[in-house]
Design a protein around this ligand. Structure first.
Ligand code: ASP
Length: 319
């Protein structure tokens, strides 16, 4: 039987062991493990890669540790605006939403856009109206309040997040650390079909309706059975300018690179030259995964039907 696999991420960035307590680290590992199990069991039971990535991302969205759904960061106005996307590599159908509020699981709304809207990308109030029409679960503002995210926002809300030349080291660290907490999943199912999904609260203190790479098809999220499924995390602006996910796919399609080679070319060379910090998870149609990042760490997990798998946080993280 063909190998089938699921990979997930919970954000990349300045994730350092010295900033972590053993208890918190354990909570992150458990959160990743549970999401991985939720998605992988779909594949084991013969479900599609689309269903699997959605199940994994819903789990991560419901976990307040990650910057998506319940753990979403605060905007300059002190609210939570959510972005998400999903793509089916078999049909090249895709759905995405940006700047929505009060949606418990943005990835479910993205899937509804893909299946029932006749469009690919909905934003703001219109996307919220569509959520209501489709009977998507909504939550009050309080649901999205977490003390950690609120405190992180309070520390920088009077600063300009987009420049990192702040005086205080603590502030720079805070900004770097909280920027990247997006969640995502990529999967190859028993039939060799690929899918990708990504969900985020974006960047703390974002303003003017800023949208990052996560919900942009071909940038933060992409899937194509011919090549790969990709979900990115990192500083959205350079990722957008580098057209990251589709670039990986193109290197595979037109230059015959392997998934690993293509991911390294884009994340470790092209993005580094553009000062773009972050990483991605990728999957090819043989169930091989690549988990590549150019920063201190990336919350990540992988499980394959051949028994291989991992849960890891830091670079050189053997666990
Ligand atoms: N890429 C996301 C954005 O720029 C942030 C993240 O990955 O955490 O909105």
């Amino acid at each position: 039987m063909k190998k089938y696999s699921l990979a997930i991420h919970g954000g990349a960035g300045t994730i350092l062991k010295e900033d972590m307590t053993p208890e918190l680290e354990e909570q992150y590992r458990q959160g990743l493990q549970q999401a991985l199990e939720a998605g992988f069991s779909v594949l084991e039971n013969g479900g599609t890669s689309v269903t699997a990535v959605k199940a994994a991302v819903v789990h991560l969205e419901d976990n307040p540790l990650f910057n998506a759904g319940k753990g979403a960061v605060f905007t300059k106005k002190g609210i939570n605006e959510l972005d998400a996307a999903i793509m089916d590599g078999k049909t090249l159908e895709a759905g995405a939403i940006a700047g929505v509020r009060n949606v418990r699981n943005p990835v479910e709304l993205a899937e509804q856009v893909m299946m029932h809207s006749g469009h690919v990308f909905l934003s703001g109030k219109g996307a919220n109206d569509f959520a209501i029409k489709q009977g998507i679960k909504l939550e009050p503002d309080e649901y999205f309040y977490t003390q950690l995210r609120y405190d992180q926002w309070r520390e920088i809300r009077d600063s300009d997040l987009y420049t990192l030349d702040h005086k205080s080291d603590k502030l720079i660290r805070a900004v770097k650390e909280i920027k990247f907490g997006t969640v995502g999943a990529v999967a190859c199912d028993k039939n060799g079909n690929l899918a990708a999904a990504t969900s985020t609260g974006g960047m703390t203190n974002k303003q003017y309706g800023r949208i990052g790479d996560s919900p942009l098809i071909g940038i933060g999220t992409y899937a194509n059975n011919k090549t790969c499924a990709i979900s990115c995390t990192g500083h959205g602006e350079p990722f957008i300018r580098a057209v990251v996910a589709y670039d990986v796919s193109c290197l595979m399609e037109y230059k015959n690179m392997s998934l690993q080679q293509a991911c390294e070319e884009v994340i470790m060379k092209k993005l580094v030259e553009m000062n773009g910090e972050g990483g991605l998870i990728g999957m090819d149609a043989n169930g091989n995964a690549a988990l590549v990042f150019n920063c201190a760490g990336m919350y990540r997990g992988l499980q394959s039907s051949d028994g291989t798998g991992l849960i890891a946080i830091y670079d050189n993280d053997s666990k």
